[in-house]
Design a protein around this ligand. Structure first.
Ligand code: FAD
Length: 423
């Protein structure tokens, strides 16, 4: 099939894109992304568009944690089959007492032993409630599980469904040992995920048109006949895949009934979704301040610190760090200077070398609709690929992918939609 992509913004990529910072010449992402070895659809996509070589898959899972004051601990898994490698890695996690480490294995047992019926029940409780039921101590939650949950689901564990957390852990910890490894982009997101895809489409006779804001569709019976854009263009095609985000969908399809496990009246689907902010603070220092490639800060307002200098070679001759705060709606109205000050002060508590360093430059990026909050009960309302229209298929991270708002969910849904379209 020949593909035409219509994109509202002046560039392709949506929530995964990068740009060159004019001050430093470094490439900045709209927000640091981490992928995982278990992202099978994404890895297949990277191989198809030819950019797998721009990513690095950890040989075995390693996550560094930094305590206030600079003490470090690591979850480092030995090169053994899954899930033994994660089990042994957890038993070695020095930030927890030995009793707490032993109890981590209860979560492992729950991942292996949960039946499909019990799995659905997990969508009625939060991550926090599930972890408490599994006897996880305050320290285990704060120093391990909460960090993973906030990173994967972009919201506090008290607000998100245990089901999606369970699925992320299952996908990561079972099967191939490298499923749990982090897959790290070694270049800007556009270079890794977007530009090669645009080239791929063009080389196969398709096109990507930016600046095309889809405003309406022309439907006859059960068939979508044409798509109309704000500037008056009309495009027709034999079949369409909508990749509109949840907050844009109902403007274009106000009366379409979506198929989900629980019925959703037309125009009422988006009320089940709540967006969540991710705050990115990019800081350039005049010297090296961190040795790790990336690390979680324990008990900090900053959740993760990414050492862009080590990850992508940015920031020479000093060091560029990218700080991430998930579920960051509280910062939506903060002035840039206050955000930067908060970021630097937090770093000084965790990376002592920051105290001697000079901050040369800072960029703050607020993605206010970075993800949707996977609240308990939402799964039943996430729409399927098929729609009431015979030639319209849905894709996007918010559809019924089985994953939280992730690249993997987005790619998987796109692939499913293309397969359904092909019959
Ligand atoms: C800061 C940040 C950090 C993240 N970190 C991670 C991470 O570490 N790991 C991970 O897996 N995921 C992460 N995510 C989530 C991930 O980026 C998204 O889940 C994924 O990119 C969603 O892809 P999508 O195609 O569903 O939606 P989008 O990328 O939002 O694509 C939808 C597209 O539709 C366009 N559009 C909207 N309305 C119209 C219209 N009317 N006409 C035409 N076009 C329109 C938009 O401009 C957009 O380009 C992060 C997201 C952000 C923002």
């Amino acid at each position: 099939m020949r593909v035409l992509v219509l994109e509202q913004r002046p560039y392709a990529g949506g929530r995964t894109r990068s740009f060159v910072d004019p001050t430093t010449g470094d490439t900045i992402d709209n927000g640091q992304h981490l992928l995982m070895g278990c992202y099978a659809a994404t890895r297949r996509y990277l191989s198809l568009i030819g950019s797998e070589h721009l990513t690095f898959l950890q040989p075995s899972l390693r996550i560094d944690f930094i305590h206030a004051g600079g003490r470090t601990a690591s979850l480092a898994c030995p090169s053994l089959p899954a899930p033994l490698h994660v089990g042994l890695g957890m038993l070695d996690l020095s930030s927890l007492s030995f009793t707490d480490r032993l109890k981590l294995l209860t979560v492992g047992a729950a991942i292996v032993g949960t039946s499909p019926r019990k799995e659905q029940w997990l969508d009625t409780i939060t991550v926090d409630a599930w972890l408490r039921q599994l006897g996880q101590s305050e320290a285990a939650r704060r120093h391990l599980w909460d960090i993973i949950a906030i990173g994967a689901l972009n919201e506090r564990p008290e607000h998100v469904s245990a089901l999606l957390f369970f699925r992320v852990l299952r996908a990561a910890f079972l099967g191939n040992a490298q499923n749990a490894s982090m897959l790290i982009p070694r270049a800007g997101l556009s270079e890794v995920l977007v530009d090669p895809a645009v080239r791929f489409i063009e080389q196969h006779g398709g096109a990507v048109r930016t600046g095309e804001d889809i405003s309406a569709v022309d439907i006859l019976g059960d068939t979508i006949r044409a798509v109309k854009t704000e500037r008056g263009a009309v495009y027709s095609a034999s079949a369409c895949i909508s990749t509109l985000p949840f907050f844009a969908f109902e403007r274009v399809f106000p009366s379409l009934v979506l198929k989900a496990r629980k019925p959703v009246p037309p125009g009422a689907m988006s009320q089940h979704y709540r967006p969540s902010t991710i705050l990115g603070i990019n800081l350039w220092f005049d010297r090296d301040v961190m040795t790790q490639e990336f690390a979680a800060l324990l008990g900090s307002r900053i959740h993760w610190v990414f050492n862009r200098t080590r990850m992508t070679g940015a920031g020479a001759p000093g060091m560029q760090l990218s700080l991430t705060v998930s579920g960051a709606d509280e910062y939506d109205n903060w002035e840039k200077d206050a955000v930067v000050r908060m970021g630097v002060e937090e770093l000084q508590r965790y990376l002592p070398r920051v105290k001697e360093a000079t901050l040369r430059h800072a960029i703050v990026i607020r993605e206010k609709r970075a993800t949707f909050v996977p609240e308990p009960g939402l799964e039943a309302f996430r729409p399927r690929t098929d729609t009431a229209l015979a030639n319209l298929f849905l894709a996007g991270d918010w559809t019924d992918t089985g994953y939280p708002a992730t690249i993997e969910g987005a790619v998987l849904s796109g692939r499913r939609a293309a397969e359904r379209m092909g019959g």
